[in-house]
Design a protein around this ligand. Structure first.
Ligand SMILES: [Zn+2]
Length: 288
């Protein structure tokens, strides 16, 4: 009897010890924040892209690929931001464990060099992030049904935080008159934000950070800033400030500050709600 109890105790211990910890690789600081909130202590997150890394130019290293291959799930932002995705799926033995968070809502399309391209910067719409949170929640539950109740509880708490963030954002932007909602930034990353909050965007570069702007484009932009009376021009946290500085000199517009366009920051704007608050406060204060 004693022997049996010992065996039972042992098998219970090994069952608890073997409880599946979900390993989730994340290819964006935004999906990392969602995963942390939904996963809590049940999920081990492996951030492949950290703060300050330009996702447009990122290429996974052999070490990154190893981590991705080993992970149970891989979160991506989708909408063609991860240009290396097909190769990565091949390395990982198929697309099965890739969770496309950006597939939960429609894309904005922008014209670039005469053709229409998908705008990947969907996280500047809080509503999109709510939908992406539901996608992450479902993927965690499907992969680890034993912790369903925890993922549901965590996701509900994060969604409530996003809802109050949305309320705050609307109120904050409403203090800026409509005719002043003109945003000049380094690259075309704020169209979803513009749609939700009634801004017009004038970007120095296109939807990607890879192409240098032509001198004609810069001249046109300088003329637009002058004729529209735009008060401020914004840097981005991971973009070269050279062109922005040149534009402020030519137009007399001031530097409005630094915005987080392509992902979260290290100390400032280190979570998604903090990033939204930081960007909106910077924009509203500078354009008032
Ligand atoms: Zn971008």
């Amino acid at each position: 009897m004693k022997y049996l109890a010992a065996i039972l105790a042992l098998s219970v211990t090994s069952l608890v010890g073997a409880r599946a910890e979900l390993t989730v690789a994340s290819l964006s600081t935004i999906t990392t924040d969602i995963a942390k909130n939904v996963g809590g202590d049940r999920v081990k997150i492996i951030p492949i892209i950290g703060p300050g890394v330009d996702p447009h130019e990122f290429q996974p290293s052999p070490a990154d690929i190893k981590k991705i291959v080993k992970a149970d799930l891989v979160l991506i932002t989708g909408k063609h931001l991860e240009g290396y995705l097909t190769k990565l799926e091949e390395s990982a033995g198929g697309a099965g464990k890739f969770v496309d968070t950006g597939a939960a809502f429609p894309s904005l399309k922008l014209e670039e060099d005469g053709k229409m391209v998908e705008d990947p910067h969907w996280w500047h719409s809080i509503d999109n992030v709510k939908k992406a949170t539901a996608v992450v929640e479902k993927s965690f539950i499907d992969a680890d049904p034993a912790n369903k109740a925890t993922y549901e509880k965590n996701a509900a708490a994060y969604l409530a935080e996003l809802k109050s963030l949305e309320t705050w954002a609307k109120k904050e932007v409403s203090t800026l008159p409509r005719e002043k909602r003109k945003l000049v930034t380094s690259h075309d990353a704020f169209q979803y934000f513009a749609r939700d909050f009634g801004f017009k965007i004038y970007a120095i570069e296109g939807v990607s950070t890879e192409d240098e702007p032509s001198s004609k484009k810069i001249t046109d932009l300088i003329n637009t800033i002058k004729s529209e009376g735009v008060k401020a021009v914004f840097f981005e946290s991971i973009e070269n400030p050279k062109v922005v500085t040149e534009i402020t000199k030519e137009t007399g517009a001031k530097v409005g500050g630094e915005l987080y366009a392509d992902g979260l920051g290290d100390k400032t704007a280190a979570t998604y709600p903090e990033m939204v608050k930081y960007n909106i406060t910077t924009i509203v204060d500078s354009l008032k």
